[in-house]
Design a protein around this ligand. Structure first.
Ligand code: ARG
Length: 277
């Protein structure tokens, strides 16, 4: 009897140990985070970093709290939301903005960037989201009446912008009269102080500055020679996935009326009427 009992005990114990071992082994297998957390949380959503030179009201600027705000910002936020993307904006000086995209420090750029053939060689652009044109700012009492009048005068521009391009073409690339500034507001300040005779920059920004700085005593001059420009959101060349996402988002906000609402908030009119100013 005792021997049977012992055998039984050993058998039972052996089975138990084997069972425990098996259980332990099978537990080991899926010992991944999923197994320890049955309600698997969704993987942390990717946040796309958007670079913008936030010294370009009303398109992108910093408010008193240091937050980046403006038309471009709201357009990208709305489009991103439609595309199911999380975005955050980082103030990025114009000087290095295209490099930051090329190096992967920024996923997207929104900065009133005119789509040009030259830029298209090094980056890809979304469908256009805004129509623009160059505009000349001068002092109210200035005799300047056309773009051609600027041929031999001192003209302020933001370095590397389409405004820089047009005046450089007019004056020649060795002209010492093209004064290039880090930002458009700096160029306009210089005009206020009399350091330059005119500033050439995007119409929306010039109009906004003139309207909000009455004591600067500026007037604006448009010129038929200025070509139509269109703003696009830039992605790194070849980033087709991201481009498709943002284009889908843009299309969605254009059809559901949210683009028009943002437009009216900043420019007070329907896009069709205001875009061609
Ligand atoms: N549209 C012009 C360009 O592409 C000027 C853009 C400047 N944008 C800015 N946020 N500073 O050259």
């Amino acid at each position: 009897m005792p021997s049977i009992t012992t055998r039984h005990f050993l058998q039972t114990a052996g089975t138990l140990v084997a069972g425990l071992l098996l259980a332990a082994c099978s537990k080991q297998e899926p010992a991944t985070p999923a197994a320890s957390a049955p309600a698997t949380p969704a993987p942390a959503a990717r946040i796309y970093v958007v670079g913008t030179d936030a010294a370009y009201a009303p398109f992108e600027s910093q408010n008193e709290k240091g937050e980046i705000v403006g038309f471009d910002i709201e357009v990208v936020q709305a489009a991103a939301q439609k595309a199911g993307m999380d975005v955050k904006f980082l103030n990025t000086p114009w000087e290095g903005i295209f490099n930051s995209l090329g190096q992967g420090d920024r996923d997207l750029l929104v900065s009133s960037i005119t789509i040009t053939d030259e830029r298209k060689q090094t980056m890809d652009f979304s469908t256009p989201y805004f129509d623009a044109q160059q505009l000349i700012a001068v002092k109210k009492d200035s005799k300047i009446a056309s773009f051609d009048d600027l041929k031999k005068l001192k003209v302020g521009v933001q370095n590397g912008t389409t405004g820089d391009e047009v005046i450089t073409k007019l004056q020649g690339k060795d002209s010492a009269n093209v004064k290039r500034f880090e930002s458009t507001p700096l160029a306009l300040k210089e005009l206020e102080g009399g350091g330059v005779d005119a500033v050439v920059a995007d119409n929306g920004v010039v109009v906004h500055y003139v309207n909000n700085n009455a004591n600067a005593q500026f007037k604006t001059i448009s010129d038929a020679s200025f070509k139509a420009e269109q703003y696009g959101i830039a992605v790194k060349k070849g980033n087709a996935d991201l481009l498709e996402k943002i284009n889908k988002g843009l299309a969605a906000i254009k059809t559901d009326g949210s683009y028009d609402r943002i437009y009216a908030k900043y420019f007070g009119a329907a896009p069709a009427a205001a875009a061609t100013k």
